[in-house]
Design a protein. Structure first.
Length: 337
């Protein structure tokens, strides 16, 4: 859609002439590939600094498929695993057993789909950033904003899919809080004590599913304004909330091995309480660009060990590659925000 010339008032009250080049929120990329050099997962069960990859595919303006994979750069930034492998031990009576449980690296996988129950376009506005280069005594850039008329695409979706995480975790604070007592295969028992205060570690695995809803806002407008050239707003913003279900939460047993002997004791973790239901809320922002960036975050409670589900996650995608897979026009590269 091409419009004629128009006038807009900037935030500094200057009148700006502009020409709308394109204003088509349905003419956007339908495939995005995200390389995520930084994701931070701050989880009561474990904390990890990760890399990630993500793919989004929009089909027929109704179906939004997404897949995500995240893992730590190294053991040193997979903090529970690092502590467990460095300090893991089990005190049974006055004897110190080495922790023989193999600790898992942090891993998170998600794959799912959103269906747009409502997806419509309406008249709205877009606030565009203009950067003026000044050449006076010193060279600098002066930023201003204009508000222009724009078509805004809104959608309401239902979403669901597969969700999985696995990680090492410290078990000592769990035994202390829950008052749980573990029983060994030799009849011995293991409970929280100052001697075991920071040395008990195991793995938790939580495959499951999510079901929720989302609300999205899409703009795809480019204008040519006085003195600044082409600017635009091509954000694809999604807010979401999900119920998390994991009927198969599993804790590995603690295996303790006495040094220089063949003696080994396996303690069942069946006494530890788990939680099979959680929830989250979050957002994602990406752009209708050939090569740009994305970011997002979420907070909530994950299924897993009872009382240890609170988490927050932040993620940055750079670069993010956008493609059109159905022969439509290529995306703008205005870099508008």
């Amino acid at each position: 859609m091409v419009a004629g010339f128009a006038l807009a008032q900037s935030s500094s009250n200057k009148v700006v002439n502009y020409e709308t080049i394109a204003d088509e929120p349905y003419e956007i990329n339908n495939l995005w590939l995200h390389i995520q050099p930084l994701t931070a997962d701050m989880f009561q069960t474990n904390m990890a600094i990760c890399y990630g990859v993500q793919a989004d595919y929009l089909m027929k303006d109704k179906y939004h498929f997404e897949a995500k994979l995240r893992g730590p750069y190294a053991k040193q930034v997979d903090f529970a695993r690092q502590l467990g492998e460095s300090n893991g031990a089990v005190m049974i009576g006055d004897q110190r057993y080495e922790l023989a449980t193999k600790l898992d690296r942090f891993l998170r996988i998600q794959a799912g789909m959103t269906y747009h129950v409502i997806d419509r376009e309406k008249k709205g506005v877009a606030r565009l950033v203009m950067a003026y280069k000044k050449q006076e005594r010193y060279r600098y850039e002066n930023y201003d904003r204009i508000t222009v008329n724009a078509q805004v695409r809104n959608f309401v979706g239902v979403r669901g899919g597969f969700e999985h995480y696995e990680t090492a975790t410290a078990l000592s604070p769990v035994l202390r809080k829950q008052g749980a007592v573990l029983t060994g295969d030799d009849g011995s028992t293991l409970a929280y004590s100052p001697e075991n205060g920071g040395t008990l570690f195991t793995n938790v695995t939580a495959p499951g599913m999510y079901l929720g809803g989302s609300y999205g806002i899409i703009r795809n407008i480019s204008v040519k304004a006085d003195k600044v050239g082409t600017i635009g707003d091509d954000r694809f913003i999604t807010f979401y909330g999900d119920l998390l279900l994991s009927p198969w939460v599993k804790l590995d047993d603690i295996i303790a091995h006495l040094d220089d002997t063949e003696k080994q004791v396996t303690f069942s973790t069946a006494a530890v309480k788990t939680r099979k239901i959680g929830f989250r809320t979050g957002f994602d922002i990406m752009f209708n660009q050939r090569s740009y960036f994305s970011f997002g975050g979420e907070v909530g409670f994950r299924p897993g060990i009872a009382g240890r589900g609170l988490y927050a996650e932040a993620r940055v995608g750079l670069p993010v590659f956008g493609f059109k897979m159905n022969g439509m026009r290529t995306a703008n590269n205005t870099g508008g925000f």
